[in-house]
Write a protein that binds this ligand. Structure first.
Ligand SMILES: *[C@@H]1O[C@H](CO)[C@@H](O)[C@H](O)[C@H]1NC(C)=O
Length: 496
């Protein structure tokens, strides 16, 4: 009983506090708190909008296009066709019999594929592997693409970002990457692919799905998951990078979006060491006045990440997009703030995230005008909220940009064009801090103006909550869509 009393007292305090800042808030705050505290529900009032409704409608009125919009965006360089198919169904169609599981780092044959698939299926764990035999892989890929019920999607971060940008009819989008006939057919008509990027064969990524409880021989999956494999040499070597940079001269973009660096990691140190140097040279060739956004994706090799972060790639781009895994990995590799964390637990703490973002910008970015670095913007996305951190004086319209990215995450995860407030839920904290350590600012989420802003040094932070889809349909490419949307609503400040 005393617990309930304490909770009620706390609630009274909280409501009292919010009442001073926004007299309309307590009702909604009550609804929010009643979901997270063990309290009897207050009488449901059908006329009071939910927090989700308030946030979604605030987005509709507050998100505005920047004064100066991009007109030509060049995107490169990873692209492929994702084939999603039943794992067991495909292996059966390939006349493979069930058996024992065994993990292989690299798949060299159908037998390796079977053993590795079973190894992960019986654990219900996700995994991704390289299939080294080109001929055998192509036969499997053909069988997968023709398997009844197989679904073919545009894949690869660059192609996915291009697809998102192409939903804006006023934009001309150039996509460079390995584009085969199938991918070309799947791409939006508005996307321009330079002839040098077209290749005879598609790069297929095979995504073998299995359901919770699904059986094959003596194997049973404890939960649904997917096993991914490919023989993707073009993307692994970023072979389209030079073509991409060369085509910029003629295309004259006002924004360049680059992704696919993470693909090289899997090719091994021998290859990436030299290739990364070449990549840095190529990226440096992009004219200085054209901003470059780099979308990071999952990496596991510390050495590789360390190379990307230190003087190599991050300092020579203007903007990066990343999620909580990549942010934590950055700080671990560079011994930055909170690098002792092994992983995030639950929703990443805003103060900690803010500390790491500031560190990245101060350490590898242009917070000091004397610095040689170009990095001035980070778009951070995690399930519950997003933050855009910018060095003051370089970017504009950040509030709309962070909200637009959050809105697209809230709709697209549910497979919808617009946010459906009955299908989403607020998971972002209502109260948080600008840092994990003192001195720090106490911050509050205001649902009717759902961007929280704070400053640290020469950096400004804009946070927007996400309305998290309760039953997500397809989350592949969600990060790419968030970053693309955030860029579309961003603009360069006229006088940096
Ligand atoms: C912030 O900018 C000022 C000049 O505008 C500069 O002197 C200072 O060193 C910068 N701070 C950091 C942390 O880079």
């Amino acid at each position: 009983m005393w617990r309930k009393a304490a909770a009620v007292a706390l609630l009274a305090l909280a409501v009292g506090f919010f009442y001073h800042t926004d007299p309309e808030l307590p009702e909604r705050m009550l609804q929010y708190l009643s979901r997270s505290l063990p309290l009897p529900s207050p009488q449901a009032d059908l006329n009071t909008p939910s927090l989700e409704e308030v946030i979604a409608s605030a987005w509709q009125t507050l998100i505005t296009a920047p004064a100066r919009q991009w007109s030509r965006v060049a995107v490169g360089v990873n692209a492929c066709v994702d084939v999603v198919v039943s794992g067991v169904g495909l292996l059966q169609a390939l006349a493979i019999d069930p058996g024992e599981g065994r993990d292989h780092d690299v798949l060299t044959s159908k037998e390796d594929l079977k053993e590795t698939f079973i190894h992960f299926m019986e654990r219900g764990a996700a995994a991704e592997r390289f299939f080294s035999d080109k001929e055998v892989f192509q036969r499997i890929a053909r069988a997968a693409a023709e398997y009844p019920g197989a679904q073919l999607y545009v894949g690869g971060n660059a192609a996915l970002i291009g697809q998102k940008l192409a939903t804006y009819p006023q934009l001309v989008v150039l996509l460079c990457g390995p584009v085969g006939p199938k991918l070309h057919e799947l791409l939006d008509d508005q996307i321009v692919v330079p002839p040098e990027s077209l290749q005879e064969m598609d790069e297929y990524h095979l995504i073998l799905e299995y359901k919770a409880g699904e059986k094959w021989g003596s194997t049973q999956a404890p939960q649904a998951n997917r096993f991914i494999f490919s023989h993707d040499v073009s993307n692994g070597e970023m072979s389209a990078l030079e073509t991409f940079v060369a085509s910029l001269e003629e295309f004259q973009p006002d924004l360049v979006v680059l992704s696919g660096l993470h693909m090289m990691e899997g090719m091994g140190r021998e290859l990436w060491e030299d290739r990364l140097k070449e990549a840095v040279v190529a990226i440096s060739d992009v004219r200085n006045e054209i901003p470059i956004h780099l979308e990071l994706a999952s990496m596991t090799d510390r050495e590789y990440m360390s190379n990307i972060m230190q003087e190599q790639v991050i300092p020579i781009v203007n903007s990066i997009g990343l999620n909580e895994q990549e942010l934590l990995f950055l700080t671990q590799v560079g011994s930055g703030p909170h690098s002792e964390l092994v992983s995030w637990e639950g929703v990443p703490d805003v103060g900690r995230v803010s500390d790491i973002l500031l560190w990245v910008l101060e350490r590898h970015g242009r917070t000091d005008p004397e610095s040689e670095a170009d990095l001035t913007r980070i778009h951070f996305h995690t399930l519950a909220y997003h933050i855009i951190a910018t060095v003051d004086g370089h970017w504009g319209n950040q509030a709309s940009a962070v909200m637009a990215g959050a809105r697209v995450a809230s709709s697209q995860a549910c497979g919808l064009q617009e946010v459906d407030v009955t299908k989403v839920t607020l998971k972002a904290p209502v109260q948080f801090h600008s840092s994990y350590q003192e001195p720090r600012e106490s911050l509050t989420l205001n649902p009717s103006n759902p961007v929280t802003l704070w400053h640290r040094g020469n950096v400004t932070f804009h946070l927007s909550p996400v309305l998290v889809c309760r039953q997500p349909l397809r989350t592949v490419g969600l990060g790419d869509a968030i970053s693309a949307e955030g860029l579309l609503y961003s603009e360069l400040a006229s006088q940096p």
